[in-house]
Write a protein that binds this ligand. Structure first.
Ligand SMILES: [Cu+2]
Length: 463
């Protein structure tokens, strides 16, 4: 039986430790970038056979796109794969036409074709881009990259601003990406696709070099299909700078552990190594602690410089008193008593639900219908009450907007964080609010990609 530990051992036995896996920067001229989706042979475990991955520009963790807040960027996308695909710019409060959702805001880009995305990035922060056509397969194969928007005056210089994209790969007994299990009903109806190798920027357990007594912004982006990561950040003496690309007013120490970073979520940490001692980034989200990376500290006997003053983005404050309300019940999956959902306008039989792998639903409906789940007038505040009536945790993502988390399980949320993706546990409730100020057709779905394709996916309209 192959398990995570086998790979950890194989990895350690066969490889020299990977060095600092800095992301490759996307080259641009006047903010024009080129991304080409293609097949790439890549050994995920050193010494193992190559896997056929699908990547942007042949790079595992696609090239990092880095731009300044407020700029307009153009991405010339070419699809050199055999399947249609598209690119979604996760967390960007974007012009709806450019959101990249195949089947809702655009048709998928056919093999051999080109598509041009042009949009403005209104917020400084940590974002990412990924395929949004059959994403359960395309993202699992490697179609993603970081999109980092700098403040007009960057708070940290490039040596002190580090992006770590965490991915979770499912490898077969040869150490190659397990393609056969992609799309299995087992994965779709349970906790999604869970792998056995976690990489950082495409490398297994890298070493990251930091200098003692200097301030670092560490941007953690969870790009896994479904794995929920968790970290004891107090053990790292870290503070939170930002959630999902939205910078806080000041660095925040948390008084709980672990900090959960679910699929598609981002957390920026402030880390200032005080001691000349290495430390590890340990993922506590699995059954056993999993070492993800090791920080190596170079001695540096200076007094730590002051932490730069954080600059939050300007987001509209929800008008709670005049809000409209919507309830969303998350249903289905294994171990649930859900009645077969409505799919493409018809109530399915249980057999059809399994056959179509539509085993999840939002308010009784699996996947996108012709009509939106709800419609909001532009600039209206909406409060959404989510009830998770399933046996699994979910990562609910809203396109085109950031929301405020008002309460969880009836208790006011202390942090009132602005996010684009929130985690909700089994049999739990969460209430969020946002000003629907971005017109268009927007997706609302679980970012555990098997759950989304399996039905936990809907859309709403801002008119
Ligand atoms: Cu889910």
């Amino acid at each position: 039986m192959l398990n995570r530990r086998t790979f950890v051992k194989a990895g350690l036995a066969s490889v020299a430790i990977a060095s600092m896996p800095k992301l490759v920067m996307a080259m641009s001229e006047n903010n024009v970038f080129h991304l080409t989706a293609k097949k790439t042979n890549y050994a995920l475990v050193s010494g193992a056979a190559n896997s056929e991955l699908w990547t942007f520009n042949d790079i595992v963790s696609g090239p990092e796109i880095r731009v300044v807040k407020g700029s307009e960027i153009t991405v010339i996308f070419k699809n050199e794969l055999d399947e249609p695909t598209s690119i979604h710019w996760h967390g960007i409060r974007i012009d709806n036409k450019m959101d990249g959702v195949s089947g809702l805001t655009q048709d998928a880009v056919l093999p051999g074709e080109e598509y041009i995305y042009t949009f403005t990035v209104p917020d400084a922060g940590s974002f990412w881009y990924h395929a949004h056509n059959m994403s359960w397969s395309h993202v699992a194969r490697g179609l993603y990259g970081a999109l980092i928007v700098d403040e007009i005056t960057p708070l940290f210089d490039k040596d002190h601003d580090i992006t770590l994209m965490l991915d979770d790969w499912k490898l077969d007994s040869q150490g190659k990406l397990d393609i056969k299990s992609l799309g299995s009903l087992m994965e779709w109806a349970h906790a999604g696709r869970l792998g056995n190798l976690i990489t950082v920027n495409g490398k297994f357990r890298p070493e990251i070099k930091l200098k003692q007594n200097e301030n670092y912004r560490i941007r953690i982006i969870n790009v896994a299909n479904s794995r929920v990561s968790a970290f004891d950040i107090n053990q790292l003496d870290a503070k939170i700078i930002a959630y999902d690309g939205q910078t806080l007013a000041s660095p925040r120490k948390i008084n709980y552990s672990p900090l959960i970073i679910g699929p598609a979520q981002r957390v920026d940490l402030l880390i200032t190594p005080k001691k000349n001692e290495p430390f590890k980034l340990i993922d506590l989200g699995s059954n056993e602690p999993y070492e993800i990376a090791k920080f190596i500290i170079k001695p540096n006997l200076i007094a730590p410089p002051p932490v730069p003053k954080l600059v939050p983005n300007k987001l509209l404050e929800p008008d709670i008193g005049n809000a409209i309300k919507q309830k969303i019940e998350i249903q289905g999956g294994a171990m649930s008593g859900m009645r077969a959902p409505i799919y493409r306008g018809k109530r399915m039989s249980m057999m059809d639900s399994m056959r179509n792998k539509q085993v999840w639903a939002l308010n009784g409906i699996a996947n996108l219908g012709e009509n939106p789940m709800f419609e909001v007038k532009r600039d209206q505040t909406i409060i959404i009450d989510f009830l998770n009536d399933t046996s699994f945790m979910h990562a609910m993502h809203i396109h085109g907007h950031h929301f405020k988390i008002l309460s969880r399980n009836g208790t006011t949320d202390n942090e009132q964080a602005r996010r684009d993706t929130f985690m909700i546990g089994p049999e739990s409730t969460t209430t969020i609010a946002f000003v629907a100020n971005n017109p268009g057709k927007w997706l609302l779905h679980c970012h555990m990609l098997e759950h989304a394709s399996g039905g936990m996916n809907t859309w709403f309209k801002v008119s």
